[in-house]
Design a protein around this ligand. Structure first.
Ligand SMILES: Cc1cc2nc3c(=O)[nH]c(=O)nc-3n(C[C@H](O)[C@H](O)[C@H](O)COP(=O)(O)OP(=O)(O)OC[C@H]3O[C@@H](n4cnc5c(N)ncnc54)[C@H](O)[C@@H]3O)c2cc1C
Length: 395
């Protein structure tokens, strides 16, 4: 049997273990730093309410990824759902992504329209010529809408002084600019959540059921070229290594440390059965509040209670490697590490690819692509996920 080591037992690590099980012929070890699998996607309970660390809503354009997960842990599709943004200037909540129906109701619609008409005349719509987030949004929708929805939100989200420092995100659904007509949150994607009260938890056990899982441990040493690792003074050699952790860790940060942003997560119980309007799952705050987002967990979990649990997120410099930075300097450094990975390494997941755009569905999809690569005998690095990277950094 061939031997595979998976570093990290979050969604990507667990999904990788399952894909190798499906391939047959692999002896799989998962090493996980925490005392549990699933990382922030794991369901915990507070006052009887199930919750995860921030929302972990399953949203995907890939039907095969939905079908895969749905067979293992039955999922409930969220037919109607909205995300709203609070815009202090108008003291109003509007749907996000921004849509024309809402814009037409804004008190300064005339000015917004003349800015949008100007953009159209210049044929500078969307991401065409944009080099950063500010140019992308002003180029797409004009300065007034950029100020209302994007500027403050992204400055606090990424802890920067200017949106010129940030990638355009035009590759991601998060970069969708103005849409026509009323719309659900992301109407071109499947939106779902596990039916089971313990959310995704059973998936982590199912996906790793045939693997050797070592919890509360990290590697003592890694000889990257020989794929030789030391765990508790024992040495092991692997045929492939699937890493879901920040790639600088594999190289002992030889080119420098890759930075991440973390999240402070707060749980708030409200004395009412429901807090947000009926179909509203997330509220975004685009002003000078310290927090970026709130989620009412009941909307996904359908938990029954006379109270309701809301989660609130505040971006922070410490508190975990949650968000790879979408800045050119950091992306280039990540690419340098990924380019140096020898054959037989797959660096996947959000930290492994160092891409903020990698969500739960991408983690699963990357392991499916990885499985195809292994089947076809290709063990090249870099790995699936690179399609999201800055175009000029692509090989
Ligand atoms: C606040 C927040 C909200 C989100 N909301 C959504 C959402 O609504 N929908 C969605 O699709 N996606 C969402 N995402 C993204 C999605 O959850 C992640 O992309 C996905 O869970 C990442 O899985 P992963 O396995 O790549 O990484 P992680 O979940 O970070 O797992 C990595 C694992 O590696 C372990 N580890 C770290 N270092 C070591 C080491 N040296 N040795 C061994 N183990 C190590 C960690 O303990 C962790 O368990 C959200 C992310 C965040 C942070």
């Amino acid at each position: 049997m061939k031997k595979a080591l998976i570093i990290g037992g979050g969604f990507a690590g667990c999904a990788a273990a399952h894909q190798l099980e499906l391939l047959d012929g692999w002896d799989v070890t998962v090493i996980e730093k925490a005392p549990f699998l699933g990382a922030g996607v794991r369901t915990n309970w507070f006052g009887g309410h199930p919750y995860t660390f921030g929302p972990r809503h399953f949203l995907t354009p890939y039907n095969e990824v939905f079908e895969y997960l749905n067979k293992i842990i039955p999922m409930r599709k969220c037919a109607e759902h909205e995300f709203l943004t609070y815009v202090e200037k108008d003291n109003d909540f509007y749907a996000y992504p921004i849509n024309l129906n809402d814009v037409k109701k804004m008190p300064d619609y005339k000015d917004i329209k003349s800015q949008m008409d100007e953009k159209k005349k210049q044929e500078f719509v969307g991401a065409k010529n944009a080099k950063n987030l500010e140019e992308y949004w002003i180029g797409s929708v004009g300065k007034i809408l950029f100020d209302k929805f994007i500027d403050n939100y992204n400055k606090k989200m990424w802890l920067v002084d200017s949106c010129k420092d940030i990638d355009t995100f035009n590759w991601s659904p998060k970069g969708v600019a103005l849409k026509d007509g009323p719309r659900a949150a992301w109407d071109s994607a499947i939106s779902a959540y596990p039916i089971a009260p313990n959310g995704y938890n059973d998936y982590f056990d199912f996906a790793t059921k045939n693997a050797k899982v070592i919890l509360s441990k990290t590697l003592d040493d890694l000889d990257i070229d020989k794929k030789k690792v030391t765990i508790d003074n024992e040495k092991y050699i692997f045929d492939i290594i699937i890493s879901t952790v920040s790639p600088d860790l594999l190289f002992k940060e030889c080119y420098g440390k890759l930075n991440f942003l973390g999240r402070e997560f707060h749980k708030l119980v409200f004395p009412t059965e429901n807090v947000f309007p009926e179909n509203v799952f997330f509220l975004y705050y685009a002003n000078d509040e310290k927090f970026t987002r709130m989620v009412e967990f009941k909307k996904f979990t359908k938990h029954k209670s006379k109270t309701s649990l809301v989660g609130l997120e505040i971006p922070s410099l410490g508190g975990g490697k949650h968000y790879p930075l979408p800045f050119k300097k950091d992306q280039k450094l990540a690419q340098k590490y990924l380019n140096d990975l020898p054959d037989g390494y797959f660096s996947i997941g959000r930290a492994g690819t160092y891409l903020y755009g990698v969500d739960i569905d991408d983690c699963i999809r990357q392991t499916m692509i990885m499985s195809d690569m292994i089947k076809s005998g290709s063990q090249d690095s870099p790995v699936p996920g690179e399609e999201y990277r800055f175009p000029e950094l692509k090989k």
